[in-house]
Every structure is written in C-alpha cells, then in structure tokens.
Design a protein around this ligand. Structure first.
Ligand SMILES: Nc1ncnc2c1ncn2[C@@H]1O[C@H](COP(=O)(O)OP(=O)(O)OP(=O)(O)O)[C@@H](O)[C@H]1O
Ligand SMILES: [Mg+2]
Length: 1045
C-alpha cells in the first residue's frame, strides 16, 4: 500500500512515467523531493535511477531483502533490490540471461550499486554449504579487486580505475555455480603519477598501514608513505577510510577466495617492488665518449628490489640505464639519458602492476570458475569506470569516456531507438520521440578506418618521426567539420575564439558533456612499450610470479612483431563486451551524482539536471509513456500463458498470433493495454503484465496439482499394475508348483496303485502256482513266532520262586490272556509242588495238621486266627525227658500224638483243675499232673462229638457216647491252651483210626451230659473272664454259664 502510494504521490512519484506534467523541471523536482525524503531510488518503467546519498541509509537490512524477495516490482517502493529481484527471477523462471548495466559518472555510486545487486542475489538464492562457499568467493572478489584497482580521485574516494564485468553463473535452480570476471584497461599511469589530492591505488597505502612490522621488513618496506615517491611523498590520511582494516579485510578475502599464503606473499612482494621502483633514483654522468649517460644514484633501493625478486642487481641496473638496439643483426648497447632512464623505470613499474592486476583477476577466476559442461544461466553485472572530466584529461580519460559512450549507445539502442523502430516494424501506431543518438560520437572514436583510435594506431605504427603533433594535425584534417570534434585549429577555421581550448588539445562533445583531451602521452600510452631489456631482466628474476608476468622476456621467444596497441585492445574488448551485453536481457541502473563535494544529502539541481539531460532520462520517460512495457514473440508468449485459457490449453492449433489474440480476449484486458504487432504482442503497462503473471502463477499451481495428481495416480497405477503382474507371476508359479506337486503325488499314487494292481494281477495270474494254505501257514508261523517270543520273554521275566509271591507278567497279546492265566496258575502250582517236595515228613504232617485245622475252624472260631502263628508241637510235656512222666510215657509209647496240660472243669462246681492230657492213636488219657497217673483213659471210639465256642477261648466239651466205659461220669469240660491243635489232632487221629470225621459243634450253647443229668452250657463273652481260663458259673443244677474272653 505504502509503495503504491509512493508511486502515485504527485509531489514525488516513484515511477517517472506517471509524472504529470512531464517537463525537465518537474522531473528534476521529483528527484530532488524524493532525495530529500531519502528515497534515493526512482523508476522510469523498469529502469532504476539511483541518486548517491553519500551516507549510509537503513534500507539494505536483511528485512528489506525479505521484503523485496519475490516482490511485485511495482507493488513495492522503488529499490535497487526490486530490479535485482526482477532480474534474478527472470533468469531463474524465464530462463533468460540477464545483464545489469550500471552507468553514471565517476562517484555516482555504480560500484556500490553493483555490490548491492550481488549481495541481494546472494541473499535470496538458496543456501547450502557449497552454494555459500561460491557466494562468499564471488562477494569476496570485491575487496581484493578494489584494493588493487581502486583509488581516490578528486571525484570519488573509491574510484574504480578499471572496468569490471562479472558474469555470475547459475544452474537451472538459480543456485550460483561460480563466475567469470573480465577487467578492462586499468589506469596504470596512476602508478607513477597522480595529481595532488588524489592517491595511488589503495593497496599501497593498505600495505604500509596494515602490514605487520615483520611483513614490512620481509618486503623491505617502510611504513611511512612519505618515503615513497610514487605516493607523492604525501601522508596517506583519508577521512573515512581505514587502510589498515581494509588490508586485513583484503587478506581475509584472499583466503576465502583460495589464495595460498605463498601466493599472497608473492603478490605483496611484487607490489612492494613496484613501490620501491619509484624510489630508484638516476643520476647523470658523462661517459668517456662525452655522451651523457645515466646511472643508479643510490644502489640501496635497487639492491633491495633485486633481493626481493632474486635478480642480479647489475642486470637490473644495466636494463634500467641502457638499451640494446639491434641494427643489422647486430646488438648494440646504447646508454640512456636520465629522462629515458626514468621513462623506462616508470614503464616497468606500470607494466609490472598492470600485469599483476591481470594475474590477480585470472587467479580469482580460477577459483570461481564453473566446471565446463554444466548448463548455466548467466547474470552479468557491469561496473565500469564512470564518465569523467578532469582539469587535465589524457589518454585514460579518452578511453574511459569512450567506454561510457558505448554504454550510453547500448542504452539508447535498447530503450529508445530499438524500441521505437520495433513499433514501426511491428506495425504498431507510433508517434516518434526525438532523442539524441550518440552513435555519431562512437563512430568518431572507433571507426576502424577514420576513427580517432584508428588514427592513433596509424601514427604509432607509422615509420618516421612520430609525435602527438602529427596525430593532432591528422585529426584536425579529418574531423574539421565534425559536429562533435573541436580543436584550436578547427575553431580557428570556424573563427571561434575559445581560450579554454589549449593548442595541444582536442575536444569531443560527448553525450555527457564536452571533454578537452590533451594529446600529450597519447602515442606513448597507446604504444605501451616496454624496453625489451627490462622485460628480459624481469624474466631472468627468480621470483616465479614476477617472472611469469613477462613471458616475452624469454630470449627464446623474441618476436619482432609489435604488440597490439592499448587503444586497439580496448576497442576489441569493448566490442566483445557489447556483443555479450546485447545477447542478454538488459536491466538498467542509472546512477546520478547529486553534488561535486561528496556531501551527504546535498542536491545540486544544476549538476543533476546536466546528468538528466545527458542520460536521456526525459526521452526515456517519453518513450516509456508512449510505448509498451512488455513485448514478446507470439510463440513464446503463447507458450508461457496458454494455460490461462481452455481454448489455448494444452495446445493451440492455429497461428501463434491468433492464439495470443484468443487468449487475451478471454482474459478481458482493456483493449488499450494491448497491441498486436506482426510478430509480437505488446502490453502497455506493467500492471497488466503482473496481473497476467499472477494469473499464470495461480494457474501453474493448479496445473502443478493436476500434474502431481495425475503423476501420483499414474505412479500408483503403475505400481498396482506391477504388483498385479508380479502377483500373477507369483500365483502362476505357485499354482504351477502346486500342480506339479499334485501331479507328482498323483504319479506316485498311480505308480503305487499300478504296482498293486499289477501285483494283484500277477498274483491272480500266478495264484495257482502258490502253495495252498500259505496264508494259514504264514499266520501260523507268525502266531507261533509270537507265542515263542512270549514264552521266551516269560522265561526271562519269571517271578521269584517264593510261594508267597503271586506276581506274574501281564499278557502282551490279548489272545494269550487265557494261556497266560493258565501258565500263571501252573507256575504257581509248580512252585507249591517244589515247595512241598522239599518238606520233611514231620513238617508235612505239621502242615497237614494245620490244613486240617483250617478246614475245621477257619472263619468259625475266633481262636483259629491266633493259632495260625503257633506251630503244632504235639508234645508239650517233655514226656521222654521228664522221668516223672515215665508211667505216662509207657502208656503212650510210640502211639503218642499229643501231650499237653489242660484244665478240667469240675462238673459240680465249675472250678477248673489241671490235668495232663495224652492223645495217642487210640486213646485219650487224662492224668493227674502231680502223680502223673492216668485218671481217665478214653478210647477214641468213645468220643461222640466235641463242642467248642465261637470265641477265642480254650473251652471244649468232649461228648462221650453213653455206652462207653469212660463216659460213666458224663461229658468232660476241658480248657486247653492249644485247643485248635488238640481238636485237629483228635480229628486226624480219629480219621486215621476210624475213617470217620470227628463231629465238631461250634456254638455258644450246647448241652452236656453229666452224671447228674444234662447241663445246658451257655457261653458268654465277657471281659471278666481271664485271658486263658474261662469262668464257669453254675446256674442251678442244669445250667452253667461260662464267661470267656
Ligand atoms: N547507495 C549508497 N548509499 C550510501 N553511500 C553511497 C551509495 N552509493 C554510493 N555511495 C557513496 O558514494 C561513493 C562513491 O560510490 P562508487 O564508488 O560506487 O562510485 P562509482 O560510480 O563506482 O565511481 P567510479 O566511476 O569512480 O568508480 C561511495 O564510496 C559511497 O561513499
Ligand atoms: Mg566504481
């Protein structure tokens, strides 16, 4: 908003095209008003006018860089950054090489402007380690070149004394790759001479002020400037310039660019040599021949120079004081006069320095050059010495002003002439604008047949007496009637009296003013000759750098051909430069110097008006106002903007012109904004162009999205198709693999089936050959084999032979279960048999008795289980051993079955008395234990039956037959400790004797027959009874209760 206001502010319009009314005065006032407001930049369309403020303004900050980055040229306040941005974007986005032409007179601010452009481009282009290094190297070339190529002049404290054109090269993304610097004619005469109030090149002062004591000693220099005659023996003081700091900055810059310390030292050594050469003094003396000759007045300086460059002092002395002249193949050494000697010395100093400067530029180029083969876009920045008019103008000013004249010509051609011609050519309605065309002046200087430079060359090459007078005479003859040429002679011819034009001078009416040039020195400077002795001496030095500067000093390479003159070289290089500039899109920065005194913010209207005039700003505005801001070939235009209309996008089938028409008709711009030429479209105001560009950018963004979308879709589709293809391949392989496996399996199965079938067929065919019943035999064999295995296994696993052990291995096969069981019982029985066989007859009898007891009592009488543990001894009394029982022994004799003590229950009272009981094979004898006399002898046949209780007592009722003899007293009730054994033995004996079993009653009640009648005995289990002896209680005469335990 601010910018637009500024552009339209009537008192100080930002774009002079909008000036109303357009007069020289209004234009001047606008510039003055803007200058007063510190707006030093003003536009004429896209040309920037910059008025030097001579003070630093806060408009170059990083924030400002951001503000102008990608800005709309006309939407922001006029600024040099805006043009730099426009050029950079045009280069990056439209692929058009750019050149930035900075013109203006000396001190107008060209160098500053070029640095601002460079720093802006460096700031906005992308960042990165490599890119930053390139940027730094490009930017740092300035301090180095300024130190060696700039000097204080009366017009500018930091005046460029050489022309510089720098091509910055970018890649397709707009990243800087490197650059190339071209330099144009250094004002080397300054080395040996400069007017009072000016200075020599900065480097000398910087070196002396900033060099350390050690460095100065190494270079054999003194710190005091006044010591050096080339520095006019003046002190260096220059307000606002810190030479020492600048020296350090220059050294840093060299390091950044990539100078090695050795190179820096060599460079400074050669610089010191130049400085010291000025102090080499010559004196005249007379030779024996009477001829005047010169010699070194004070050898000290020469000595030091030779030490620095590694040269024999006498050689340099000879080269400085004499000259070898070749005459008819003979070399003759002639001595030089003192002025000739000084001339040679100065020529040497100038040559060393200017060649050193060329080397410096080449060295920088080596560091910043871009590798060949890369495609690049180029932005050229031209900062050349400005137009200058001094009190005394020599050859250098002539050259400098010629160069400025050429630049003005470019401007005129591109902005005024060319533009207007183009309108006519394109058939656009046009009212011509008058302007001054300076090609007449350019022609005056550079015409290859009769231009001033050609005349000068002719004079230089002409044999015979050659001096400036003849040169001037020639010019006077040639240009007697030329409108832009004047001299005393032509004035006289026209009867013009002008005291300001001295006789040795000619005057040219340059586009920027009239300049009077003194022809003195023109021929010498144009020839730029250096005595061969001096170049040979330099080549002979051991100093590598110095030696390399004088290749022609090599005696092997002696050439008689004269080198091209300085004017010729300069003209050629300017022609190349012009060609280069014409090939690029120009951007103009026109610098204006507001005052002659370098005063901050001082605006001298007369001075500025003069510049407005000669810069042709009025014409520029007029053409601009009447003309069109933009033009382009229809083809290119359509190509760039065709996406703005669906009719032209993506392709237009008709002619380009028609396409552009259709496109613009659709965009509905006002008709006065557009003009359709024969081959180009013209757009009047930049606003329309910016509008067009804005729409394009929006559309491009949409298209980019579309392309992205399509691309993503395509990528996904391709990816999908690829995946699908892969999937099909994988599944095909997998299916194949599956089928193969299946087939293999089927094949295997088929083979097996086949084999079986074949086997079956063969078997069927050959069945009759088989032995019948083979399967039965086989089965039998297998069966037997199993049985055998079972039996063998059984043999190995037979259980222990103890009869108590009943274990038996389980059956391995079901069909053997019954056999196994059978075997088990057989084995057990066999074990028992074996056991039995090893028994003694006694033991067998005992076991039979035990067996019999078991049959009789098992599970019937409680006492039985207790008796199991007790062995049947039979003889408990020890009849044989005890002599007391001798009588009883005799009774029993060999027939004794059992002898024991029993208790007899008294039938009358139930009390028990002990009795000895003997059982023989025929009798049962009861005897008194004391007398050992048989009391009762019962024949076994008398025993009717026996009754015992169910309990664990030893009571027994021995029932006797009524008829027996022994039974007269009735039945006996006895109590035995070995009841079980007694009854068992009784039973056995009875069986043996009568073959009849003993009737045994096991009951709780039984009846006994006593002498006094029957007695019912009831047996009751009671704890009152003793453990062995039952308690018999008579209950009346016929009942007895026996308590047993
Ligand atoms: N934009 C600016 N802001 C502040 N000071 C400036 C600006 N431009 C130029 N100057 C001042 O003007 C002086 C001269 O500028 P500069 O050296 O750029 O002139 P020039 O046109 O290159 O002159 P010459 O043709 O002699 O080389 C600078 O040293 C600086 O002090
Ligand atoms: Mg400059």
């Amino acid at each position: 908003m601010e910018a637009t206001t500024s552009l339209l502010d009537a008192a100080a319009v930002g774009d002079l095209v909008l000036l109303d009314p357009l007069t020289e005065n209004s234009l001047l006032h606008t510039l003055q008003e803007r200058f007063r407001r510190s707006d030093i930049y003003t536009y004429i369309g896209n040309v920037v006018i910059s008025v030097n403020p001579y003070r630093s303004l806060p408009i170059y900050t990083p924030e400002k860089v951001q503000e102008y980055h990608n800005c709309n040229f006309f939407a922001v306040k006029p600024h040099i950054y805006a043009i730099a941005d426009d050029a950079y974007r045009s280069l990056r986005d439209r692929d058009r090489d750019q050149c930035i032409l900075i013109t203006g007179e000396s001190g107008a601010g060209k160098t500053e402007a070029s640095k601002l452009v460079m720093s802006y481009v460096a700031a906005v282009c992308s960042k990165g380690e490599e890119v930053d290094k390139v940027k730094e190297q490009l930017l740092q070339s300035n301090p180095v070149l300024e130190a060696f190529g700039n000097a204080k002049t009366v017009r500018n404290d930091n005046s460029s004394r050489f022309g510089k054109y720098m091509d910055v090269e970018f890649d397709f993304k707009g990243e800087p790759l490197g650059g190339v610097i071209s330099n144009y004619l250094l004002e080397k005469s300054r080395i040996v001479r400069h007017v009072k109030g000016e200075r020599n090149f900065h480097i000398f002062y910087q070196l002396l002020a900033g060099g350390s004591a050690q460095l100065l000693q190494q270079l054999k220099l003194r710190q005091d400037c006044r010591h050096y005659s080339y520095l006019n023996r003046e002190s260096s003081g220059l307000p606002g310039m810190d030479d020492a700091a600048n020296f350090r900055a220059m050294q840093d810059a060299m390091r950044v660019i990539g100078f090695s310390p050795t190179e820096v030292t060599a460079l400074l050594e050669v610089t010191a040599v130049v400085l010291k050469l000025g102090n080499v003094q010559l004196s005249s003396n007379y030779q024996s021949s009477g001829m005047e000759a010169c010699s070194i007045a004070e050898p000290q300086e020469l000595q030091e120079i030779c030490e620095l460059i590694g040269l024999d002092p006498s050689m340099l002395e000879r080269a400085l004081c004499s000259r070898t002249v070749k005459a008819r193949d003979e070399a003759v050494l002639t001595t030089l006069s003192v002025p000739q000697g000084y001339y040679g010395r100065d020529a040497l100093a100038k040559n060393i320095y200017s060649r050193l400067f060329d080397w410096l530029v080449n060295r920088i180029n080596t560091s910043i050059q871009v590798k060949p083969g890369k495609q690049r876009k180029v932005m050229g920045v031209l900062d050349i010495y400005g137009f200058e008019i001094f009190q005394d103008n020599g050859f250098e000013q002539f050259i400098i002003n010629y160069c400025n004249e050429k630049l003005q010509q470019i401007f005129i051609l591109m902005t005024l002439k060319e533009e207007q011609e183009e309108y006519v050519r394109e058939g656009i309605q046009w009212t011509p604008v008058e302007f001054f065309d300076n090609s007449i002046i350019c022609n005056l200087i550079e015409n290859s047949k009769c231009g001033i430079l050609a005349m000068l060359d002719e004079e230089c090459l002409r044999p015979g007496v050659v001096n400036e007078d003849t040169f001037l005479t020639k010019l006077n003859q040639l240009f007697a009637t030329h409108k832009h040429y004047e001299s005393k002679e032509t004035q006289n011819a026209r009867h013009v009296m002008d005291a300001s034009l001295p006789p040795q001078c000619f005057r040219i009416h340059h586009y920027a003013g009239k300049v009077t040039y003194n022809v003195t020195g023109f021929i010498e400077k144009n020839n730029d000759l250096l005595f061969r002795d001096l170049s040979q001496a330099m080549w002979a030095a051991q100093h590598t750098l110095l030696r390399s500067l004088f290749p022609e000093g090599d005696p092997q390479r002696v050439s008689l051909k004269l080198p091209p003159t300085a004017g010729f070289q300069f003209k050629a290089s300017v022609a190349t430069l012009m060609k280069n500039l014409y090939s690029k899109n120009p951007n103009y920065i026109r610098c204006i110097k507001p005052n002659e005194t370098k005063t901050a913010m001082l605006f001298t209207p007369e001075l500025v008006l003069a510049q407005i005039r000669y810069l042709g700003l009025m014409e520029n505005v007029r053409v601009r106002r009447a003309g069109y801001a933009f033009r382009q070939l229809y083809g290119l235009f359509l190509e760039r903007y065709k996406m703005l209309s669906p009719r032209t996008w993506p392709r237009w089938a008709g002619s380009d012109r028609e396409g552009a028409k259709v496109l613009l008709a659709e965009l509905a711009f006002p008709p006065e904004e557009l003009a359709f030429g024969h081959t180009k479209i013209f757009i009047r105001s930049p606003h329309t162009l910016f509008d067009l560009e804005r729409r394009r950018q929006e559309r491009v963004a949409q298209l980019a999205t579309l392309i992205q979308k399509t691309f993503r879709g395509w990528r996904c589709r391709t990816q999908y198709q690829l995946m699908r293809k892969s999937q099909i391949i994988i599944s095909a392989w997998f299916r194949g693999h599956m089928q193969k496996n299946k087939y293999k399996q089927m094949k295997r199965s088929a083979l097996i089936i086949q084999a079986y079938a074949r086997g079956w067929k063969v078997r069927r065919a050959y069945r009759r050959y088989f032995r019948s019943g083979a399967s039965a035999r086989l089965a039998n064999f297998i069966y037997r084999r199993l049985v055998q295995k079972f039996l063998v296994g059984l043999r190995r696993n037979l259980p222990p032979l103890s009869v108590m052990d009943r274990t038996w291995p389980p059956t391995p096969y079901k069909f053997l279960a019954a056999a196994n069981q059978e075997l088990r019982s057989i084995f057990y029985r066999w074990k028992c048999k074996k056991y039995r066989e090893q028994l003694t007859p006694q033991r067998r009898a005992l076991l039979q008795a035990k067996l019999c007891a078991s049959e009789l009592f098992k599970d019937k009488k409680t006492l039985y289980s207790k008796s199991l543990q007790q062995p049947f001894q039979g003889e408990y009394l020890g009849l044989t051993q005890n002599p007391k029982y001798q009588k009883l022994h005799a009774v029993a004799k060999d027939k004794l079955v059992m002898a024991d003590t029993v208790r007899k229950v008294n039938r009358a009272n139930g009390k028990t008395v002990p009795r000895l009981l003997l059982l023989t094979t025929e009798h049962l004898v009861l005897a008194d234990p004391k007398a050992a006399q048989p009391k009762t002898v019962l024949s076994l046949s008398d025993i009717r039956s026996v009754s015992v209780t169910r309990f664990s007592d030893g009571l027994l009722a021995l029932h006797l037959k009524e008829t027996s003899t022994g039974g007269a007293k009735g039945d006996f009730l006895l109590v035995s400790d070995h009841l079980i054994e007694l009854i068992t033995r009784l039973h056995q004996t009875l069986m043996d004797a009568t073959a009849q079993a003993l009737p045994l009653h096991i009951a709780d009640q039984f009846s006994t027959r006593f002498q006094k009648g029957d007695m019912a005995v009831t047996v009751v289990e009671s704890a009152k009874a003793g453990s062995n002896i039952p308690i018999c209680k008579k209950r009346g005469s016929h009942k007895m209760e026996v308590l047993v335990h």
